[in-house]
Design a protein around this ligand. Structure first.
Ligand SMILES: [Cu+2]
Length: 92
């Protein structure tokens, strides 16, 4: 088909490569309306130092898994624009 490229440009979504990071921390607050879970987290190797910050959750199952005060192990997905929780496990 003329006009079609042999190697189509990928959409912006496809260009956003996702990386995953493991971390541990404690749930400080759950901001239901903004779908954020605030976590006091430890060092995340190669990603960020220890701090308290909100993480977006996209899956309702993540919200359902945690309560304020829980110690958690969690996984963050990040791309060039955003980061968000993809898995949270309550410890103890
Ligand atoms: Cu942080």
């Amino acid at each position: 088909m003329s006009g079609c490229s042999e190697t189509p440009e990928s959409s912006p979504d496809q260009e956003r490569e996702v990386a995953y990071h493991q971390a541990g921390g404690r749930v400080v607050a759950i901001l239901e309306n903004s779908r954020l879970i605030q976590i006091d987290h430890g060092d995340i190797d190669g990603f960020m130092p220890a701090m308290t910050m909100p993480f977006e959750f996209r899956a309702d199952s993540i919200r359902a898994a945690v309560s304020v005060g829980d110690s958690v192990h969690f996984q963050i997905a990040s791309d060039s624009i955003d980061n968000w929780l993809v898995d949270v496990t309550v410890i103890e």
